[in-house]
Design a protein around this ligand. Sequence first.
Ligand code: NDP
Ligand code: GDP
Length: 325
Amino acid sequence: MNTAFITGITGQDGAYLAKFLLEKNYRVIGMIRRSASSDVIGERLRWLGVLDHVELVDGNLTDLSSLIRLLGQYKPDEVYNFAAQSFVATSWQQPLVTGTVTGMGAANMLEALRIAHPVGRFYQASSSEMFGKIQAAAQSETTPFYPRSPYAAAKLYAHWMTVNYRESFGLYASSGILFNHESPLRGIEFVTRRITDGVARIKLGLADHLTLGNLGARRDWGHARDYVKAMWLMLQQDVPDDYVIATGHDATVQEFCNLAFGHVGLDASAYIRVDSARLRPAEVDVLRGDPAKANNALHWHAETPLPALVAEMVEADLVRHGRAR
Ligand code: NDP
Ligand code: GDP
């Protein structure tokens, strides 16, 4: 039986990856940080029906000693580093926390692996935000980076540390440069969940409008369920490498809204209000990935079209709010 160690298991990707690996008969160890809300922290794992099948252990990405101890104790075959301050907008409010967790945290993981368990295979959750002010119409593994937020700068450091530890110490360390991926388990602060949650509340009569920021931003949105499979495939290759994971298609925030409101038979224009306070100090206007390398080398393809993703998210939020009524 293979053992996987996941940091950030309580987040969206952690939950989907845990389910995916359990179905492959892995032993799944998930690291959680101490929280006063430990009774609700496993909500996403519970939603997917896997909470009772993972082993949750106490650690923190900012505490190197906890990482060394855990990796030395469990000696996992595969290590997935998802833990991060992952919200771009918050990274301007808390740039130092973002640097410490999202950037330095990855370095801590690499150091812990090098010290305690250098044969473990390592996956780093890198981000399309590293492309920021894009230098090519479709971004691939060879497109230059241009980060536009403290989050993106921290992820860039983590990405290059992953490459560097591979080249310096021969660690099996791969970096997945993932474009936005969503699901019913996406954090409520991200624009897609904000929209589907808002649509559900409006449809159920719990709200009468939805406030957003830049409706013209374009993103390449895929489904988290599809994307965790790509992460696993990366760690099954003979040699570690870096891969862009994306659908290859982009849409605007407005278009996402149209799909979400349309799904429940409402006209988006009647409900959306724009608040300039929601605009960012520096925006990433457009992201669209070129997943050709992953398509060819991993035989991976995004499977969920945007309308199906939106429909699944809206339906899940209708259920959540329907229950709450
Ligand atoms: P989430 O924000 O849903 O999850 C982040 C996880 O990190 C949570 O489990 C959180 O724990 C944990 N965490 C935060 N700080 C610490 C810490 N100091 N020590 C230990 N754990 C910590 O992220 P996603 O699942 O959406 O994304 C997974 C990773 O992929 C992230 O690194 C993200 O930046 C990256 N990524 C995501 C993309 C996306 O579109 N989803 C795109 C590209 C990259 P807690 O529950 O306690 O808060
Ligand atoms: P990001 O790509 O990781 O920053 O993911 P987000 O979902 O947070 O944001 C995607 C895009 O939606 C960005 O260009 C935001 O500026 C834009 N956006 C517009 N309105 C909102 C909003 O109300 N909340 C968020 N989170 N993003 C918004």
